[in-house]
Ligand binder design. Structure first.
Ligand code: SF4
Length: 350
C-alpha cells in the first residue's frame, strides 16, 4: 500500500521487523498477525508503518489524535480497578477495516484520507499528565494500540515507574512476539471477539479469526487481566448458535470468570443502513452467556440496563453498582463479597 501524506518527518524506527535478505530491501513487519511483507517505499496494511530504503518506520510515534480522562468502565473493564479513571490516548490507524467500526473517523483515517495527523507528546508527558489527572491507569484505546505499540510500550514503562497500571483495548491481532513485549507492562486488556466464524472476520474485518482465539489464551497465560467484548450486529452475528459458540468458547477455553461484554451496535461507517441492536437481542445474548456458565455477563452501550452491575455469583448480592459510567463499590472488601465471603475475580477490586 502507498499514498499516505505524512505531515512531518518520519523519525522513529519500528520494533519487531526483519529484512527478507541481505540484498533484499523488502521487510516483514512482525507486529500483528498480518505479518505484512512491505517493499521499499510502501506501507503495511495498517497504513501507518512504512518501509524507507529497507528500514521499517512507524509514522504514528508521538502523534496523539485523541486524549481523554475516561472511567475505566468505558473501555470496558468492569473487574479492573472499578470506579477509577483511566488516561486514554490514541493514534490514527488500524490493522482491521471493519465495515461496522464505531471509531472509523480516526481508525481508518490514514486509509481513507492518506494522512497521519496528531499532536506531539512524549511518553513521559503522557504518564505525568495521567498521574496529575488522578488516573489509576493509562489506556491505549479508541483505535488499535497494536499499530502504535512503540509509543504505547514506552509510555507504559513511564506509567509503571509512577505507579500507574496500563490497559490495551484491542482487536487481539498482535503477534506472540508483541505479546511477549507487553508482558509485565500491560496489566489489563479488553479484546473484541467479534464472532465465532472465520468468514465473518475475513469478509467484514479483512482478518482471520484463529490468531485472535490463540491470543485470548496467551493473554491469560501471561497473567494479563482479560475481558472480552462482542459487538452484536443485527443479522450478522446475532443468532443463538453464533452467540452460544462465542460464549462456550469463553467458558471452555478461558474459564467462567472472564467477563463478557455484549455491546450494542449503532449504525456507522459502511453499515449506516443496519438498525441498532434491539435490547431484546442483547438480553437474549446475556441469557446465553449465563446459561453456558459465564459468571459475569454485561449488556453494554445501553446506559441504565439492569445487567450493568456486578453481582456475586455465589449469593447474588450486588457488589458493584453501575448506572452508565457511574460506579459505586457497595459490597466488596479486598476482592471478597461482604455478603458471603466469595471471591470476585479481577484486579484491585477494592
Ligand atoms: S502492524 Fe500489522 S498491518 Fe501494520 S504493517 Fe505490521 S503486520 Fe502489517
Amino acid at each position: 500500500m502507498d499514498g499516505v501524506r505524512k505531515s512531518a518527518v518520519v523519525s522513529h524506527e519500528a520494533i519487531l521487523w526483519e529484512r527478507l535478505g541481505p540484498d533484499d530491501q523488502r521487510v516483514r513487519c512482525k507486529l500483528c498477525a498480518h505479518r505484512c511483507v512491505i517493499p521499499s517505499g510502501r506501507l503495511g496494511a495498517c497504513c501507518v508503518r512504512e518501509n524507507i530504503d529497507g528500514t521499517l518506520y512507524t509514522l504514528v510515534y508521538d502523534r496523539i489524535i485523541s486524549q481523554n480522562v475516561d472511567p475505566i468502565e468505558k473501555k470496558p473493564l468492569f473487574h479492573f480497578q472499578p470506579g477509577s479513571r483511566s488516561f486514554s490516548i490514541a493514534m490514527v490507524g488500524c490493522n482491521f477495516r471493519c465495515a461496522f467500526c464505531q471509531n472509523w473517523e480516526i481508525s481508518q483515517l490514514p486509509r481513507e484520507q492518506g494522512e497521519v495527523p496528531g499532536r506531539p507528546a512524549t511518553p513521559t508527558q503522557i504518564a505525568l499528565a495521567a498521574r496529575n489527572a488522578g488516573c489509576a491507569s493509562v489506556s491505549y484505546t479508541y483505535t488499535e494500540p497494536t499499530v502504535y505499540a512503540e509509543f504505547a510500550l514506552d509510555t507504559a514503562r513511564e506509567a509503571r515507574s509512577l505507579g500507574l497500571r496500563n490497559v490495551f483495548v484491542s482487536n487481539g491481532y498482535m503477534t506472540p512476539e508483541l505479546l511477549g513485549l507487553m508482558s509485565g507492562l500491560i496489566d489489563g486488556i479488553n479484546v473484541d471477539l467479534k464472532a465465532g466464524r472465520g468468514d465473518f472476520y475475513r469478509r467484514l474485518s479483512g482478518a482471520a479469526l484463529e490468531p485472535v482465539l490463540a491470543n485470548l489464551k496467551t493473554i491469560q497465560q501471561l497473567g494479563i487481566w482479560l475481558e472480552v467484548t462482542t459487538l452484536v450486529i443485527p443479522d450478522l452475528n446475532d443468532s443463538d448458535d453464533e452467540l452460544r459458540w462465542v460464549a462456550r468458547y469463553l467458558v471452555d477455553e478461558l474459564g467462567p470468570d472472564v467477563p463478557w461484554h455484549i455491546s450494542r451496535f449503532y449504525p456507522q461507517y459502511h453499515m449506516v443502513d443496519t438498525p441498532p441492536t434491539p435490547a431484546a437481542t442483547l438480553e437474549r445474548a446475556w441469557g446465553i452467556g449465563r446459561d453456558v456458565g459465564l459468571r459475569y455477563v454485561y449488556v453494554g452501550n445501553v446506559p441504565g440496563h439492569d445487567t450493568e452491575s456486578t453481582r456475586c455469583p455465589a449469593c447474588g448480592l450486588t457488589v458493584i453498582q453501575r448506572h452508565g459510567y457511574f460506579t459505586r463499590v457497595v459490597a466488596l472488601r479486598n476482592g471478597v463479597c461482604t455478603g458471603c465471603g466469595a471471591s470476585i475475580a479481577g484486579i484491585e477490586m477494592a
